[in-house]
Design a protein around this ligand. Structure first.
Ligand SMILES: [Zn+2]
Ligand SMILES: [Zn+2]
Length: 250
C-alpha cells in the first residue's frame, strides 16, 4: 500500500498543511481518508480530481469533511460534460444532510446523493476494492470512527479523532503503520474523551505493537516536537510527525 499525507493539521489548517486527509492506494484503487479544510486543493498535487474510488469520513467535524462541499461542485457541475457517477462515501449517519446544509444551496435536497453514494458507517468489517476494512467507533464528542486498512499481508490504522479507548487498540493491533492523532500536550490539556496527547498516542502504539508510529492532527498552536518526544518516551519503535506531502510505502 502507498500512503500519502494530503493534509495533517489538527482542528484548523496551518501555514504548512491542510486539515486531515490521507490517500491510501493499492492495485490502482484510491481511497481517501477524510477531506478536511484545504484538502481538495492539496489532493490535486497527488492525483487527478476524478481519480478517487472511495472516501471514508471519520466524523463530521469540519476539519475532517468540509472540503466535500467543494468536491460536490467539482463532481456535480463537471465541465467535461455530465455529472460524475456517485462515488462511495463511507461516513457516520447524517453525513448527506450535514454536507447539504453546509453547502447551503444545492439544486435539490438530494443533489449530493447524485454524485456521492453515502454509506452509513458502523463498527464493521468489509471488503472495499483490494482492501479489507475494519471500522470501530472511537471516543469523541460526536460519532467518530477509526479505520484499519489491510492489503497483501500489510496493514495500517488511522485513529481519526479520539480519546483513549480500547477500540483504538483493537484497530491498531500489530499494524505496520499507525497514523495516530496527538492533538493535546501531556501535562497541559486534560480533557477526557476528546483527543490524545503524544504520550497517550505512544502508549497505544507500544501496547498494540505497531511497526511505525506517525503522529498527526497536531494543531498549529501545539508543539509537535514535544508531542513526538512524549510519544518516544513510551514507544521504542520508529516514530515521526506527519508532514504534508509525505509518502509511505506500507
Ligand atoms: Zn479534528
Ligand atoms: Zn473531531
Amino acid at each position: 500500500m502507498k500512503l500519502t499525507v494530503v493534509g495533517c493539521s489538527g482542528s484548523f489548517p496551518s501555514a504548512e498543511s491542510a486539515c486531515s486527509s490521507y490517500l491510501v492506494e493499492a492495485d490502482g484503487f484510491r481511497l481517501l481518508l477524510d477531506m478536511g479544510n484545504g484538502a481538495l486543493g492539496e489532493l490535486q498535487r497527488h492525483i487527478g480530481l476524478y481519480d478517487l474510488d472511495a472516501i471514508f469520513l471519520s466524523h463530521l467535524h469540519a476539519d475532517h469533511c468540509i472540503d466535500m462541499c467543494g468536491y460536490f461542485v467539482a463532481r456535480y457541475y463537471r465541465h467535461e460534460g455530465g455529472r460524475c457517477d456517485a462515488l462511495p462515501v463511507y461516513a457516520p449517519e447524517g453525513a448527506e444532510q450535514r454536507l447539504t446544509t453546509a453547502y447551503a444551496d444545492t439544486p435539490s435536497p438530494s443533489s449530493m446523493s447524485e454524485v456521492f453514494d453515502f454509506r452509513t458507517l458502523g463498527s464493521d468489517t468489509f471488503e472495499l476494492g483490494p482492501f479489507t476494512i475494519r471500522t470501530e467507533k472511537v471516543c469523541h464528542p460526536v460519532e467518530a470512527y477509526g479505520i484499519r486498512v489491510e492489503h497483501g499481508g500489510r496493514s495500517l490504522a488511522y485513529s481519526g479523532d479520539t480519546g483513549v479507548c480500547e477500540e483504538l487498540h483493537a484497530l491498531a493491533d500489530g499494524v505496520d503503520l499507525f497514523l495516530c492523532e496527538a492533538s493535546f500536550t501531556h501535562g497541559k490539556e486534560d480533557i477526557p474523551e476528546l483527543h490524545l496527547n503524544g504520550r497517550e498516542a505512544g502508549a497505544h502504539a507500544a501496547r498494540a505493537g505497531v511497526g511505525r508510529l506517525v503522529l498527526t492532527h497536531i494543531p498549529p498552536w501545539t508543539d509537535g516536537e514535544r508531542n513526538l518526544a512524549d510519544a518516544r518516551a513510551v514507544y521504542g519503535g520508529p516514530a515521526e510527525l506527519a508532514k504534508s506531502g509525505a509518502v509511505y510505502e506500507v
